[in-house]
Design a protein. Structure first.
Length: 278
């Protein structure tokens, strides 16, 4: 029986929950395979990627800080990766060439729709905090489903302005200093910054400006319940944590590498949470 291999390339990568995630699916489906953490320094990324077919890998995930560099190094890219200029999933084709994909936006939407089924994407603006790779993927996905206005606020205003200029409508830059004002009339806010993550300051945001039926999403999953989400729950708002995005973005890669369409369910969620316990 051929043993299928995949993994996640990053620097550092020891904190990644992806090995536990894919390991759970491999065990559930009785697949003879492995998914491993691959710590790769930026200077060695090209060597590592070119070694994947030689070592028998079906592909890999790519995480920080390599997503944009991987986009430049692969041989082929799908529409989403081309649009975003970043890759989070790589497939080794039968001829040994590398195909880059980006499933971050799809993962975000799947989790959002499962967690807030009543949310209507087409009736009101959305505020996205941050202008990095995750913000790009999420803004692209929200554009595709018809959000009429996407306000981008970033701690460095110029980055928000550049992203809005690059994507065009419906994105518009919003001053970080007036991020509270950016909540007015929104149906959804999304935090894609590191604010609220373990080791970082909390995100200072006045949720009283958000309409009472608004949805609050934070892609941070360490801790799972950020201060932003706790505040949202206290106010009776729908709060969407960051772990589900990680779980959903992984499905397409697993299906391509191992030939099985996996399920995102509570058993998977609990297995990944347990892997983070001391």
């Amino acid at each position: 029986m051929t043993r299928r291999l995949s993994g996640v390339i990053g620097w550092p990568v020891g904190h990644s929950r992806s090995p536990a995630l894919h390991g759970h699916w491999l065990a559930r489906h009785g697949i003879a395979g492995a998914y491993v953490a691959l710590p790769v320094q930026p200077d060695h990324l090209e060597q590592a990627l070119r070694a994947l077919p030689v070592l028998g890998f079906a592909g890999c995930n790519v995480t920080v800080p390599h997503k944009e560099a991987a986009f430049r190094l692969v041989d082929h890219v799908d529409r989403s990766a081309a649009r975003l200029g970043a890759v989070n999933t790589i497939l080794v084709r039968p001829d040994g060439t590398l195909e880059g994909r980006n499933t971050d936006g799809e993962g975000f939407l799947k989790h959002l729709q499962a967690s807030a089924p009543g949310w209507n994407p087409t009736d009101r603006p959305v505020l996205v905090l941050g202008a990095g790779g995750a913000a790009r993927a999420i803004a692209g996905a929200l554009t595709d489903i018809g959000v009429p206005e996407i306000r981008i606020a970033n701690r460095t205003d110029a980055r928000a302005e550049n992203l809005a200029r690059e994507f065009g409508a419906p994105l518009q830059a919003w001053p970080w200093a007036d991020r509270d004002g950016g909540l007015a009339g929104c149906s959804l806010i999304v935090n894609t910054t590191q604010l609220g993550m373990d080791g970082y300051p909390a995100l200072d945001l006045a949720l009283d400006r958000l309409p009472p039926d608004g949805v609050v999403s934070d892609i941070v999953y360490s801790p799972l319940e950020t201060e932003l989400l706790a505040d949202a729950r206290r106010r009776g708002l729908v709060a969407v944590d960051g772990l589900g995005m990680l779980l959903h973005q992984a499905r397409a890669g697993f299906a391509a590498w191992f030939g099985v369409e996996p399920a995102v369910d509570d058993a998977l969620r609990q297995a990944v949470l347990a892997s983070a316990s001391p």
